[in-house]
Write a protein of this length. Structure first.
Length: 231
């Protein structure tokens, strides 16, 4: 009888454990990482403008690491100053092209995730595309940088010549005329990149030479002096 009771008790415990593990996070509830972002002063960009599209590329495996890095992050966070500027860029885009929208692929990034990215490239020729955490990381780690593109009303991305985390010369913005001339990217892709840069610069962001999708709101020196990295 005692053995039977123990068996039934164990079965009940396992059943309860499985039920708990299978219980999903309530819809709309914030994850541990999202709550941590907010405690560190970051804001959900949708609190500034909910028309901006969000599709975090590191919440999927189809990125340069081949892994899901954001296991519990689906919202895009930025420092409040950068988030307000991004809303300004979206407003400007809507004035110029009401049919288009900004689409964010990455924003504020915890340093722990930065380390995983660095580990993927540190011993390869691609190392200079990822900021080294040992040197303070990059502006994503302060919530002061954003990776994004343009999309249409359906959310479909416009042609930019390369995918958003392509590590190669075709993604560089300082040789676009040559890229068009050689057929590496189309003239339309160049125009789309120019429009993205136009609205982002209008809002105070600065483009990165090697990545058409990356924009910084402040300098790295300013970030290190006045702001804290996201853990």
């Amino acid at each position: 009888m005692r053995h039977l009771f123990t068996t039934l008790l164990l079965a009940a415990s396992l059943s309860a454990l499985c039920l708990t593990a299978a219980t999903p996070r309530k819809q709309g509830a914030k994850s541990k990482t999202e709550l941590s972002m907010e405690r560190q002063g970051m804001v959900d960009i949708h609190t500034k403008d909910n028309t901006i599209r969000v599709s975090l590329m590191y919440a999927r495996a189809d990125n340069f690491t081949g892994q899901v890095l954001y296991t519990d992050l689906s919202r895009a966070y930025l420092h409040p100053k950068a988030a307000a500027a991004l809303a300004k860029a979206q407003k400007r885009l809507k004035q110029l092209r009401p049919d288009l929208s900004l689409k964010v692929y990455d924003a504020a990034r915890p340093m722990s995730i930065q380390q995983k990215m660095w580990d993927k490239v540190k011993n390869t020729k691609k190392y200079f595309y990822v900021s080294n955490p040992a040197r303070g990381g990059g502006l994503h780690n302060y919530g002061m940088a954003v990776d994004l593109t343009l999309c249409d009303a359906k959310g479909d991305t416009l042609d930019m010549g390369t995918k958003i985390d392509y590590m190669g010369a075709a993604a560089h913005i300082d040789r676009e005329a040559a890229l068009v001339k050689s057929g590496r990217i189309s003239r339309q892709a160049q125009k789309n990149r120019e429009l993205l840069r136009q609205v982002m610069r209008y809002a105070g962001f600065r483009p990165l030479r090697t990545e058409w999708w990356h924009f910084n709101f402040i300098s790295r020196a300013t970030a290190k002096k006045y702001y804290k990295v996201i853990r």
